[in-house]
Design a protein around this ligand. Structure first.
Ligand code: SAM
Length: 225
């Protein structure tokens, strides 16, 4: 498995009944089941090619009796009888993960641990978590193959409030200020400043709210660093 999925795997509780939504090849579930970490598993895939790939990985590892592979959109892969205790959604945009969670909120018992690995769009995802009473228990940034990845682990605890900056940077990352986190924002600061310069030089007018939003973000990042 990639370092990214290894870091995700580290946050799956021992004995979990795990649903991995958007499982693609099913590597995460197969690795966790083979290692004896999880007790039951559902792989959910919306697209046929990755669905077949997951079926093949599970079959080739002799785990067809222990990992259910289902062709389904988002949380529709989960049935109450699965008694799922953890859900992973990895390698998708934060907005996509948010939409998957929001569309079928009724399928969540509220007792599942969510292990999320968005590729961008972390702010709207954190907003959804806050709006739905999920507290962020762990966050990390990692860099692999020249990409930054974030991992967000959350559980529903009841009302929780995060500030605008906490939603933007991540409440725990703001406290921890890890080298990977600071390096990510150093890079983004450079990119956002460059975009602002391009905006200023653009022949066509750039919408004022876009410029304001970017300027505010640059201000926050400068404050952070
Ligand atoms: N989770 C794996 C990982 O992190 O390596 C695979 C990530 S892959 C880039 C994203 C997968 O999510 C694709 O296989 C895609 O078909 C699947 N996917 C996207 N939207 C989905 C949805 N609504 N329900 C189930 N799967 C979805």
């Amino acid at each position: 498995m990639s370092e990214r999925l290894e870091r995700v795997a580290a946050h799956i509780p021992a004995g979990a009944r795990l649903a991995d939504i958007g499982s693609d090849h099913g590597y995460l579930l197969v690795a966790l089941m083979t290692r004896g970490v999880i007790a039951a598993a559902v792989a959910g895939e919306v697209a046929l090619t990755p669905f077949h790939a997951a079926q093949r990985t599970v079959r080739e590892n002799g785990l067809s009796q222990r990992i259910a592979v289902r062709l389904a959109n988002g949380l529709a892969a989960i049935e109450p009888e699965d008694r799922i205790s953890a859900i992973s959604l990895c390698g998708m945009g934060g907005e996509t993960i948010r939409d998957i969670l929001d569309r079928d909120k009724a399928r969540l018992t509220g007792y599942e641990r969510l292990i999320l690995q968005p590729n961008g769009g972390e702010q709207p995802l954190r907003q959804w978590l806050m709006d739905n009473g999920y507290r962020i228990l762990h966050e990390e940034v990692l860099r692999e193959n020249r990409f930054n990845y974030e991992i967000i682990v959350a559980e529903r605890t009841g009302p929780v409030r995060y500030s605008t900056q906490e939603l933007y940077f991540g409440p725990l990352q703001l406290q921890k200020r890890s080298p990977a986190f600071l390096a990510k924002w150093q890079r983004l600061l450079h990119l956002k400043r460059r975009t602002l310069t391009h905006f200023a030089q653009a022949r066509q007018a750039v919408p004022e709210d876009k410029v304001q939003e970017l300027t505010q973000q640059v201000g926050w990042i400068v404050e952070l660093l």
